[in-house]
Design a protein around this ligand. Structure first.
Ligand code: PLZ
Length: 444
């Protein structure tokens, strides 16, 4: 385990003087387009704590956006990556391959849903994985259209910007965007006009109708969806929606792609979020939690689909870097040994009742949702109109930061406060973090 004491400690204001000095240097040297949630500079991190350069210790409810599920300095990740670093840093898998890459692909075949023959290809970032899923689906189907969803997020590269639904800050002024991308509604229960009970069947019928009538099912290469939408607001598609879409895809020769970049690797209390309704995707994209903080991403899926691209058609200089692969094997080992899926379910069991009690007291809480250690509060100005409340969301996040709790926001309307603690966080830190959230509400 990590050497960092697992306790919150505030020794300066947030951000402290050393962070402020670094922030001034950053402003002069780093492009303005790159943002930060909180201008606190990290010195070390591990377990449920991020320690800054001033010696403050913040409770981590962000995991670097759902990445450090095993902690930011997990023993097996550090050990395996360090050993690999000493052996060799890089050869390029496309020049002379190495075992770690193959082993990660073997693990992915075992861990992802479905007992069909599977293959994988490795990349550096989530966006790159999604781009490659599209390339593979297009090669396999010899079709071009790609269907994505309202509130979906898939990355910041040109193709994935086109797949992403939210304009600011991701797309504004960065077009033109890739063609043959079609957006359809998602089963957002809380905001479905006829109520959450009707949402799954109505939304899936609407999507199927739109695909059939507007695009033509025969033209569609892939349907890409996050089984639990991340950046868009931790939206759990209403029950029945995902299975209906997967069935429609199967019946029409469309590749069904689950983007589990944020929701995968035990985050939601299962290895993958699509397991919740027993959905078996044709392809699955993973990144973030896969490698304990090192940059690694993958596309995994049915062998016949994965093999559709011509030899040499997939790759990249660094894809499946040996140090990142070693880290992934360490992260996966940690998830199994500590049963981090069960830890995620425990985090939900601690968080949900506390948040439900808050919801009784505060009208600004419109909805509480999510699974495992991917939990969110949607904030509204009025429970009847459900008008989004981004101001309250920002104020709550700010109050949490000042008290030493790192939280993130998300949502198309900027009105969702989200919690993504490392799955290894201790229960006392988890509880203390929730105390801070509660204080932030009472100060609102
Ligand atoms: N697909 C479902 O959540 C990354 C974005 C942070 P990359 N989400 C965090 C930001 O503001 O850039 C994400 C995701 C899903 C794809 C991606 C993209 O993954 O590794 O950031 O490229």
């Amino acid at each position: 385990m990590t050497a960092i004491p697992q306790e919150r400690r505030l020794v300066t204001a947030i951000p402290g003087p050393k962070s402020q000095e670094l922030q001034a240097r950053r402003t002069a040297a780093v492009a303005g387009g790159v943002g930060s949630v909180l201008p606190v500079f990290a010195a070390r991190a591990g377990g449920g704590i991020v320690e800054d350069v001033d010696g403050n210790r913040l409770i981590d409810f962000g995991s670097g956006i759902a990445v450090t599920s095993v902690g930011a300095s997990a023993e097996a990740v550090v050990r395996r990556a360090s050993a690999q670093l000493a052996d060799f840093t890089h050869t390029c898998f496309m020049v002379t391959p190495y075992e770690g890459y193959v082993e990660v692909c073997e693990r992915l075949a075992e861990l992802t849903p479905g007992d069909h023959a599977k293959k994988s290809a490795l990349f550096n970032s989530g966006a790159e994985a999604v781009e490659n899923a599209v390339k593979i689906a297009r090669s396999y189907t010899r079709r071009q259209a790609v269907v994505v969803f309202d509130h979906g997020y898939h990355g910041r590269t040109n193709l994935t910007m086109a797949l992403t639904s939210k304009n600011m800050p991701y797309k504004n002024g960065f077009g033109p965007f890739a063609p043959e991308i079609y957006r359809v509604p998602v089963a957002y229960g809380y905001r479905w006009p006829t109520g959450p009970e009707n949402c799954g069947p109505e939304a899936s019928a609407q999507v199927i109708d739109q695909i059939s009538k507007q695009i033509g099912a025969d033209n569609v290469a892939a349907i890409i969806i996050e089984p639990l939408l991340g950046e868009g607001g931790f939206i759990e598609p209403a029950k029945g929606f995902l299975p209906a879409l997967a069935r429609f895809a199967r019946e029409n020769g469309i590749v069904f792609v689950a983007d589990e970049i944020q929701s995968g690797f035990c985050r939601t209390g299962q290895w993958f979020a699509c397991e919740d309704e027993g959905v078996v995707p044709d392809l699955i994209t993973t990144a973030k939690g896969i490698a304990g903080g090192l940059p690694l991403a993958a596309v995994t899926g049915r062998a016949e689909i994965m093999d559709a691209a011509h030899s040499g058609g997939l790759g990249g200089t660094y894809g499946g870097n040996p140090v990142a692969c070693a880290a992934a094997l360490g992260a996966i080992e940690t998830m199994k040994e500590l049963d981090l899926a069960a830890k995620a379910r425990r985090i939900e069991a601690v968080m949900k009742p506390r948040l439900a009690a808050l919801s009784e007291k505060y009208d600004v809480i419109g909805d509480i949702r999510g699974r495992g250690a991917m939990i969110a509060i949607e904030l509204v100005k009025d429970r009847a109109t459900k008008e989004p409340n981004p101001e309250a969301t920002a104020a709550l996040a700010k109050a949490c930061h000042a008290a030493g709790l790192l939280v993130l926001t998300c949502g198309t309307y900027g009105n969702v406060l989200r919690f993504l603690p490392p799955l290894v966080i201790g229960e006392d830190l988890l509880t203390e973090g929730l105390d801070i959230v509660e204080q932030a509400f009472s100060a609102l």
